[in-house]
Design a protein around this ligand. Structure first.
Ligand SMILES: NC(=O)c1ccc[n+]([C@@H]2O[C@H](COP(=O)([O-])OP(=O)(O)OC[C@H]3O[C@@H](n4cnc5c(N)ncnc54)[C@H](O)[C@@H]3O)[C@@H](O)[C@H]2O)c1
Length: 324
C-alpha cells in the first residue's frame, strides 16, 4: 500500500485552475485530498464543475462545499478532520475587479485566510498558501526577490495578498504554526481561468475575434507553466518539517520576462491564425513588469520552473483545441 495513502491534506480552492492541478498531483502520489471550494459563480464556473467531476472519480478524493468566509464552518471542518498539510489556494482572483469589489476581496483573501489559520491553532498543520507576484507592486528593481519590501501594492488584490502574508508571519511567530507563502508569477496552462489573458487570447484568436492589448502589448510578465508551480509546491511540502515554527516566503516563477505581444505571437503560431488587435491604455492596477528571482526556491528544493513559454503554450493549445 502507498505509505502516503493515510495522509490527509486539505486543499482550499480545489475546483480552481491551480487547485485542480495540485489535487491531481497529490492524489497520484497517494495522499488523501479533502478539497473545499465555494464554487463561486464567475466566468470559469463551468470549468470548476468539470474539474470537480474529474477529481471526484478518484477514490482518495473527497469534496466539501465550504465557504472560507464563514468562520464557524471552517472551524467545524478542523474539528472533524486532522490534516497532515494544508494547501490554501481559495481566493478572489484577478486584479482589475478588486477595486470595485474590495469588500469581498478582503473578506475572502484576508478574513478567509485568517479563518484557516485560526482553525488550525490546535493542529498546527503546516500551511502553504498562495500569495502573488502582485505584492511587489510599485517596486522597480527587477527581478523581484523575496527580501524586497511589499509596502506599495497597486491593487486591492495585491494589498489583500500582502496582508495575508503579514498575518501568516504573526501566526507563525506567535503560535508556532509553520507557514510558507508562495508568490506565484502569472500562471498559465491547461484548464486556466477564462478571465486570464492566455485563455482570452486563445479563444479570440481561434474564433477570429478582437483581443485587447494594454500599452500595445509592451507590459512584461514572467509567465509560469502550471506544471512547474505544482512540482515546486509538492517538493516544498515534502521538506517542510511540521515541528519548526518557521515562516517562509518563496517566489515561484520561470524567472524570465516576455512581452504580452510576444505571448500573442506565440499563440498565433500555435493556432496558425492571426490576432485582431485593439489597443488600450493600461489601468493603474496593472504592473509594468514582473520577473521572479527564484534563487531561494532553487536553494530550498533544487528545482525551478523550466518549461519555456513556447513549450507551455503548445501544451495549453493541445488542451484548448480538445476541451477549451
Ligand atoms: N493564476 C495565477 O496566475 C495566479 C498568480 C498569483 C497568485 N495566484 C493565486 O493562486 C491561487 C489559485 O489561483 P487560480 O488561478 O487557480 O484561481 P481560481 O479562481 O481558478 O481558483 C480559486 C478558487 O477559490 C474558490 N473560492 C473563491 N472564494 C472562495 C471562498 N470564499 N471559499 C471557498 N472557495 C473560494 C473559487 O471558487 C475558485 O475555485 C489564488 O489564491 C490566487 O490568488 C494565482
Amino acid at each position: 500500500m502507498n505509505p502516503n495513502f493515510s495522509k490527509k491534506i486539505l486543499l482550499t480552492g480545489v475546483a480552481g485552475f491551480i487547485g485542480h492541478h495540485l489535487a491531481i498531483k497529490y492524489l497520484k502520489e497517494g495522499y488523501h485530498v479533502l478539497g473545499i471550494d465555494n464554487l463561486r459563480n464567475d466566468d470559469s464556473h463551468d470549468f470548476k464543475s468539470q474539474r470537480l467531476i474529474d477529481l471526484q472519480s478518484k477514490d482518495n478524493f473527497t469534496f466539501e462545499h465550504i465557504d472560507i468566509r464563514d468562520k464557524e464552518v471552517v472551524s467545524d471542518l478542523f474539528q472533524r478532520h486532522t490534516f497532515e498539510l494544508i494547501l490554501h489556494l481559495a481566493a478572489r482572483t484577478g486584479v482589475r475587479e478588486s477595486s470595485e469589489q474590495y469588500a469581498d476581496y478582503l473578506n475572502t483573501n484576508v478574513n478567509g485566510t485568517c479563518h484557516i489559520f485560526d482553525a488550525n491553532l490546535k493542529q498546527k498543520a503546516p500551511i502553504i498558501f498562495a500569495s502573488s507576484s502582485s505584492v511587489y507592486g510599485d517596486n522597480h528593481t527587477i527581478p523581484f526577490s523575496e527580501d524586497q519590501k511589499i509596502a506599495s501594492p497597486l491593487s486591492v488584490y495585491a494589498a489583500s495578498k500582502a496582508s495575508a502574508e503579514l498575518l501568516a508571519y504573526h501566526y507563525a511567530k506567535n503560535f508556532g504554526m509553520p507557514i510558507t507563502a508562495l508568490r506565484f508569477f502569472t500562471v498559465y496552462g491547461p484548464w486556466c481561468r477564462k478571465d486570464m489573458a492566455v485563455y482570452k487570447f486563445f479563444k479570440a484568436i481561434q474564433e477570429g475575434k478582437e483581443i485587447t492589448l494594454f500599452d500595445e502589448g509592451q507590459l512584461l510578465r514572467d509567465f509560469t507553466y502550471v506544471g512547474d508551480i505544482v512540482e515546486s509546491i509538492f517538493l516544498l511540502s515534502t521538506i517542510t518539517p511540521k515541528e519548526t515554527s518557521r515562516f517562509g516566503v518563496y517566489n515561484i516563477g520561470k524567472g524570465e520576462q516576455a512581452k504580452v505581444i510576444d505571448l500573442v505571437h506565440i499563440i498565433e503560431a500555435a493556432l496558425g491564425k492571426k490576432a485582431i488587435i485593439v489597443n488600450k491604455q493600461k489601468v493603474g492596477e496593472d504592473m509594468d513588469a514582473t520577473q521572479a528571482n527564484v534563487d531561494q526556491l532553487f536553494e530550498k528544493i533544487q528545482f525551478k520552473p523550466a518549461t519555456t513559454l513556447n513549450e507551455g503554450i503548445l501544451k495549453t493549445r493541445d488542451w484548448f483545441l480538445s476541451n477549451g
